[in-house]
Design a protein around this ligand. Structure first.
Ligand code: A2P
Length: 332
């Protein structure tokens, strides 16, 4: 009989936490015991897993004593404080926050790309940023063949990337505005309904936001490509679920559109949806809820030498978060 594991989900009531439960169900993850952890606000509520209603417990220093793998998705502050406690209790942590992603002794992993890095872990494995994960699923198969030098990209990020409260904010603003009322921004800095906001995360002195630097910083580690450069503009759009990224990439070798399609088609976890004659390209409404990322609008770039432009769309709660975390746990 194959072994089963004692799993904790930290942030189980959040947008990503709930998806982690669904992904483990769907993939028949071998769970012998599941502990759901959240803030004291949620303690005592229940969440369904398979046929059981499981009580949510408040996160505490003793939460990990009988746990093999802890999936964290409750924000960077909670990860910084509790991941080391979990490791001390001999649990392996898969962390969805940005707390450890750039720490040299913490592997940062997309299993299809650098699953081999998992073996070097010292108790914590980091899950990449959601936009980075979606973009790299399309970029890496191209990099393998044509060696990427740099990219210029813009993201179109769904509100669910900012958590469960952000989904509620878009819903309630749409309702309020349709009734003639005024929107009150709380999670986002401006009205998100019927708008786009060219800011995701806080600004750095350089003028970029923290989110915008993640493709370069995390991409270098995941692709083992220290000279990779990425200039990104991250934009929040009034979409509930699935991030899109418009990417223009420059490669060392020339790359034709058909060669790019071949390289992407042969890679696991990413699919081509690219037929301009039938106006077929990936869109969030169709991609939401799917494990794979989808690539379309592939064309030779008219402004760059050895350049290629394309559009990639992926469910950031799945490949960008919960699915990738569970895939790491499976690889463990
Ligand atoms: P809770 O629902 O009890 O607030 P999201 O990213 O969707 O906003 O979700 C964040 C997740 O992190 C939720 O499950 C939330 O639990 C959890 N969380 C927030 N603050 C804490 C905390 N202090 N301790 C434990 N879990 C927390």
């Amino acid at each position: 009989m194959s072994k089963e594991y004692r799993i904790a989900v930290v942030g189980a009531t959040g947008a990503v936490g709930v998806e982690m439960l669904r992904v483990m169900e769907r993939r028949n993850f071998p769970v012998s015991k599941l502990k759901l952890l959240a803030s004291p606000r949620s303690a005592g509520t229940t969440l369904k897993f398979r046929d059981d209603e499981i009580m949510v417990e408040p996160l505490g220093v003793n939460s990990f004593e009988d746990i093999d793998v802890a999936l964290f998705s409750a924000g960077g502050g909670i990860s910084k404080e509790y991941a080391p406690i979990a490791v001390q209790s001999r649990a392996v942590v898969v962390d969805n926050s940005s707390a450890f992603r750039l720490q040299q002794d913490v592997p940062l992993v997309i299993p299809e790309i650098n699953g081999g890095d998992i073996a070097a872990h010292k108790g914590i494995i980091a899950n990449p940023n959601c936009t980075t994960a979606v973009a790299l699923m399309a970029l890496y198969p191209l990099h393998q063949k044509f060696r990427v030098k740099r990219v210029i990209a813009s993201s179109y990020q769904a509100v669910s990337g900012a958590g469960a409260r952000a989904i509620e904010e878009l819903k309630s603003q749409v309702k309020t505005l349709a009734g003639g009322g005024a929107a009150k921004p709380e999670v986002f800095p401006h009205q998100i309904a019927f708008n786009v906001i060219p800011q995701v995360d806080s600004f750095l002195e350089s003028g970029y936001t923290k989110e915008e630097m993640k493709l370069q910083e995390e991409g270098r580690r995941i692709m083992h490509h220290p000279n990779f450069r990425a200039s990104v503009t991250c934009v929040r759009v009034p979409v509930y679920r699935a991030h899109s990224v418009a990417v223009t990439a420059e490669f060392e070798s020339p790359v034709a559109a058909y060669e790019a399609r071949e390289a992407i088609s042969a890679f696991p976890g990413v699919r081509i949806c690219d037929d301009t004659s039938s106006q077929s390209y990936p869109m969030p409404l169709e991609v939401a809820g799917q494990d794979d990322c989808f690539v379309g609008r592939i064309r030779a770039d008219c402004a760059l030498e050895n350049g290629l432009s394309f559009w990639v769309c992926g469910d950031q709660l799945l490949k960008g978060a919960a699915l990738n975390a569970v895939q790491i746990a499976e690889a463990l």
